[in-house]
Design a protein around this ligand. Structure first.
Ligand code: MRU
Length: 378
């Protein structure tokens, strides 16, 4: 998307790759909205840490980062021994897959890269196939978001007030975003609407990232406290909810997303407000059979016990808010059951969550999954 800093407008992707220096380049999201900075990660371990430490975050963005990280690790290998190369690639894969457990995009992206690599007969061939496949994953992520925008824009009418949670904007993908894509497409069609961004404690991705994005794109919006949505719904001030997802089960339609999403879905159902989830195909997990089995990341208690901000002099600082002797529990995500979801906005159209499995051929169901499912069914 375009970013305007000190009057200068430029197009950026959240994740790119610099082949000359074999580095993954990322927008340093922890500094936003106060500072816009691109940082480089020079080896696969540093790329994995950038995912863990949330320099880069959001399902599609960490998917593309993992894909590039796998290519980066593969390209760093010296020698011609395919067996040693495969063992090295396995280590790179595991390191990146373990960086954050809940989102399925990194694993789907890296499986995709590995499928392409397998066509190469030498180390050099596999190395160049890896980079080409990572680039293709990033390009496809961006295309998928555009397509989500075209389908989702039909849901937005003039004068609507839309609620979104966390950041499923372009910062969470390679470009355009998922929950925000229908908004950007509707804006381009000349529609007028207003967005409420849930603050999204504990890391405040809504207040810091979504609000920054919408301000950059000149979309009318306000930040609300996480607890305010029910009140606004009760007063008829929210017409539509659109959120993203970190892992959506293709077999059941259950949606994992940032903690607090489930609460909003329950509230939306109570008030008969349509609740949509926007996802690219890489966010679908075709294997898991029930939401209860989705690994939910437990994050550090410091995120709940305090907050990051910027002082008047521009210094980034953490302040403790909570009682000094109390601890905290910090699950990062929750699972929303299919019956609370009006529809899933995908690159192939809008479907009921329970229809994903039936629509799997349109939604990029990978052939390797078909083989595994067939063998487990025996
Ligand atoms: O912990 P994060 O910020 O990486 O969480 C991911 C998210 O931003 C959200 O859950 C988002 O709504 C879906 S991912 C695009």
């Amino acid at each position: 998307m375009n970013v305007t800093i000190r009057g200068r407008t430029e197009h950026f992707r959240t994740v790119t790759f610099d082949a000359k220096s074999n580095s993954v380049r990322l927008i340093e999201q922890r500094l936003l909205p106060h500072e816009f900075k691109i940082v480089g990660r020079k080896n696969f371990r540093a790329t994995a840490s950038a995912i863990t430490d949330m320099v880069v975050r959001g399902a599609g963005a960490i998917g593309a980062t993992a894909a590039y990280g796998l290519a980066q690790g593969a390209l760093a290998f010296r020698g011609n021994d395919l067996k040693k190369f495969s063992a090295h690639v396995e280590l790179v894969y595991k390191t990146l897959a373990d960086a954050r457990p809940t989102a399925v995009d990194p694993v789907n992206a890296m499986n995709d890269v590995r499928r392409h690599m397998a066509r190469g007969e030498t180390v050099a061939e596999q190395q160049s196939l890896a980079l080409a496949a990572a680039e293709e994953f990033a390009n496809e992520d961006s295309r998928h978001c555009e397509e989500i925008g075209q389908h989702g824009a039909k849901l937005i009418r003039n004068g609507m007030k839309i609620l979104t949670h966390c950041n499923a904007g372009w910062l969470a993908f390679v470009d355009t975003g998922t929950a925000t894509a229908p908004m950007y497409a509707a804006q381009a069609q000349g529609k007028k609407f207003h967005v409420f961004c849930d603050e999204t404690r504990p890391r405040s991705q809504g207040a810091s990232l979504t609000a920054w994005e919408l301000a950059q794109q000149k979309v009318s919006h306000q930040i609300i406290a996480d607890n305010a949505a029910g009140h606004l719904m009760q007063r008829g001030e929210i017409d539509l909810v659109i959120v993203g997802s970190d892992r959506t089960l293709g077999r059941t339609g259950e949606v994992t997303n940032k903690i607090g999403t489930y609460t909003k879905a329950v509230l939306a159902a109570r008030h008969k407000i349509p609740f949509y989830v926007a996802i690219p195909c890489s966010t679908i997990d075709w294997k898991l059979k029930r939401g209860f089995d989705i690994p939910i990341e437990d994050r550090h208690e410091s995120e709940v016990l305090g907050a990051w901000g910027v002082t008047k002099s521009g210094q980034r600082e953490y302040v403790r808010v909570a009682n000094p002797t109390s601890g905290a529990r910090n699950p990062g995500f929750d699972v929303t059951p299919a019956e609370l979801i009006t529809g899933i906005i995908t690159p192939a159209g809008i479907f009921k969550p329970q229809e994903l499995w039936k629509q799997r051929s349109k939604l990029g169901f990978p052939a390797s999954t078909a083989i595994e499912l067939a063998s487990t069914a025996k």
